[in-house]
Design a protein around this ligand. Structure first.
Ligand code: MIC
Ligand code: SF4
Length: 649
């Protein structure tokens, strides 16, 4: 990059560049220092890791967390936990046991290191950007490859500078800041971009607040979000007994950004993302005092000790409104233990809060589904339709302050009405006890570790090299902003099937069309057609693996969300984009389409193809830009086959 001044993100990326050149829009490979997995994506990621045949992870630190599938209403989740624990022990991975907390919260507290790269099989991995990491969410297979020492590939992103000035007013929260960003940029505004926070306002935000903002940057579709690593970061790490991990990361003075957005923190007001999208943001005044039936506090966005201290203060001496059910899930064992020791847990219990274990819980539909049509205020990051487990529930995403205050009043309430706000300070020293993190076996003992495989664990679906021609029917046509929760729903009933692709495939797209799985399977081979921002949300590769199992060969849309597009390529499914978005209207479900000579075209380096619609005779131009690497992955039939081939050479 010559002598040019660098942004904070560019400094970390350039220190990790192992393939490609620093040129916007081109593909670069970066070395991954740390990985994390959670249990809902982890079982598949470790099956993939095993299939690669690498005996021990090559990263500096890899951690396997159990935090999503903690409701054990059958043997499946417990079996998966044991499987992950045994794989971790054998292959050099630390194992964060159920009860230790939500992966992103625990990783921030105990393992994240400024200036390092982190790849996680969960879309909220960018939480680590709160301490100056380049932390990226990806599909399980990409994480498996990174554990095996392979680079992670991204399109060199645009870097957006969000310049913060001023200071938040009392009772206005970091959550309100990211809601403001979502309002301005929308759920697709961050695609292909890294969001970097700069300006004097940064100094007014502590690490937990920064992490709330980088966490929910995932909802912008951004590659990641990053704060500088400064004295505040150092102070947080000191309180966590990890001052030695600190390094300073800041942009050079004349760093050049692709775009700059200014936000005056003192002008930010409490807000909420209204049903059913994180960017449907309205102010308290616009929403009005609507009746609330449920309040859920927790999730990787807002479950830090600082958040819980504020919640306890608001609940102190009060009783939860008779019409409201309030649940609180502190983000980690450290947070829960410190709440217990300080007496704040008793304050919450006394007010009538239903205390849940330190896990994802209601955020992923693992319990606490709201009443029919009920208004639920949640401090989480996603409010997609049906994600809570109640299809017609109305979920609003809010700050812990707004949530706790509304739980008392029974109506949606502006927390600024609480009155004077005391100063909330982090404890001088966090309680440190990593007794729920099991370290892996020493390399020379690894062969003695037995892998514990339950009957629900089924192998990776069958793949095949890209066909010479694809001729098939359209099995499904969907609209804009389809989420991975539409494609592959989660919730307490379906999540236990994450390690059983044939079984979970029966739930694929049922939220949009109940008959889809049966139809696609019967067709044997088919196309899916979609609108813009297709596949937003979660990193779950199951949203590609289930279509793969059902015979989907290509997905043709107006535009893709980043992680899902990568997951489709990894699964050997062609991700095609309409060159003229209006051509979307020229295809219907049931139409017969063909991509003649597609294998030859891709092999010869073409990026534009003709999709023939045999039903109405239209010739529709579609595109997919391949790099030499993604082209070879596609031709091989997916990343697993490609990696196996590469390892043979
Ligand atoms: C989510 O918030 O949607 C999840 C559940 O954490 C997912 C991962 C998954 O589907 O397992 C994510 O964000 O990537
Ligand atoms: Fe867990 Fe929810 Fe965070 Fe996903 S968004 S990691 S389900 S807490």
């Amino acid at each position: 990059m010559g002598n040019t001044a660098l942004t904070a993100s560019e400094k970390i990326l350039s220190a990790h560049l192992v393939d490609g050149e620093f040129k916007k829009g081109t593909e670069i490979g970066i070395k991954i220092d740390q990985t994390l997995t959670q249990d809902a994506t982890g079982t598949m990621a470790y099956l993939e890791f095993e299939a690669m045949g690498v005996p021990r992870v090559k990263t500096e630190k890899s951690v396997a967390y159990i935090d999503h599938n903690t409701l054990q209403n059958g043997f499946e989740n417990a079996d998966d936990h044991r499987f992950i624990g045994s794989v971790a022990k054998k292959h050099g991975i630390s194992f964060s046991r159920p009860g230790n907390g939500i992966c992103h919260q625990v990783h921030l507290e105990r393992f994240g290191i400024p200036g390092k790269t982190l790849l996680g099989s969960d879309s909220h991995t960018p939480t680590g950007g709160g301490i100056g990491m380049i932390a990226i969410g990806a599909g399980g297979l990409d994480v498996a490859v990174a554990m095996g020492g392979g680079a992670y590939y991204i399109t060199y992103p645009k870097i957006v500078n969000i310049k913060l000035t001023g200071k938040l007013s009392p009772w206005v929260a970091a959550k309100d800041v990211i809601l403001e960003v979502l309002k301005r940029l929308t759920v697709k505004g961050g695609v292909g971009k890294i969001i970097e926070y700069t300006g004097d306002g940064v100094k007014t935000l502590g690490v937990p607040e920064r992490a709330t903002i980088t966490n929910m940057g995932a909802e912008l579709g951004a590659t990641t979000s990053v704060f500088p690593s400064d004295e505040i970061t150092k102070d947080f790490l000191r309180r966590q007994g990890r001052e030695a991990d600190w390094v300073e990361i800041k942009p050079d003075e004349n760093a050049v950004y692709d775009e700059t957005i200014e936000i005056d923190l003192s002008a930010v007001a409490p807000a909420a993302a209204c049903p059913h999208s994180p960017d449907n943001v309205k102010s308290c005044a616009e929403i009005g005092k609507i009746k609330v039936y449920q309040v859920c506090i927790g999730s990787c966005t807002n479950s830090s000790l600082l958040d819980m201290m504020k919640v306890a203060h608001i609940l102190k001496g009060k009783t939860v409104h008779p019409d409201v059910s309030l649940s609180i899930a502190p983000g980690s064992k450290q947070v829960l233990e410190m709440l217990a020791k300080s007496g704040l847990l008793a304050v919450m219990i006394d007010a009538g809060a239903r205390i849940l274990e330190s896990a994802c819980g209601p955020c992923i539909g693992m319990g606490q589904s709201p009443n029919s049509g009920g208004v639920s205020l949640r401090t989480f990051n996603r409010n997609f339709e049906g994600r809570s487990g109640t299809k017609d529930a109305k979920v609003y995403l809010v700050s812990p302050e707004t949530a706790a205050f509304s739980a008392i009043t029974g109506v949606f309430s502006d927390p600024r009405e609480i009155g004077e706000m005391p100063e909330f300070n982090l404890p001088e020293n966090f309680d440190i006890n990593d007794n729920m993190v099991e370290l892996p076996a020493d390399a020379d003992k690894a062969h003695d570790v037995e892998i514990l495989r339950g009957p629900n664990i089924k192998p990776y679906p069958k793949t095949e090299p890209l066909l010479a021609d694809i001729e098939a029917e359209v099995s499904l046509k969907v609209g804009d902003n389809i989420t991975t929760d539409h494609i592959m729903p989660a919730g307490a009933k379906i999540l236990p099937l994450r390690s059983n692709i044939p079984a979970i495939s029966k739930h694929c797209f049922v939220a949009c069309d109940e008959k889809f799985p049966e139809r696609a399977e019967k067709l044997g081979m088919s196309f899916i057609v979609g609108g813009s921002n297709y596949g937003q949300g979660s990193s779950r590769e199951h949203a590609a693996l289930a279509p793969l199992y059902l015979g989907v060969k290509a997905v043709i849309v107006k535009s893709f969300a980043r992680i899902h597009k990568a997951n489709l390529i990894n699964a050997g499914i062609l991700p095609l984009t309409f060159i003229n978005p209006d051509d979307y209207d020229r295809i219907s479900r049931g139409d017969k389409l063909s991509l003649k000579g597609i294998r030859n075209d891709i092999t010869s380096g073409k990026s534009e193809f003709i999709l023939q619609n045999h039903t109405d005779g239209a010739a529709i131009p579609v595109t997919c830009e391949f790099t030499p690497r993604t082209r070879d992955i596609m031709l091989a039939g997916g990343l697993l086959d490609y990696t196996r081939e590469a390892m043979k050479q």
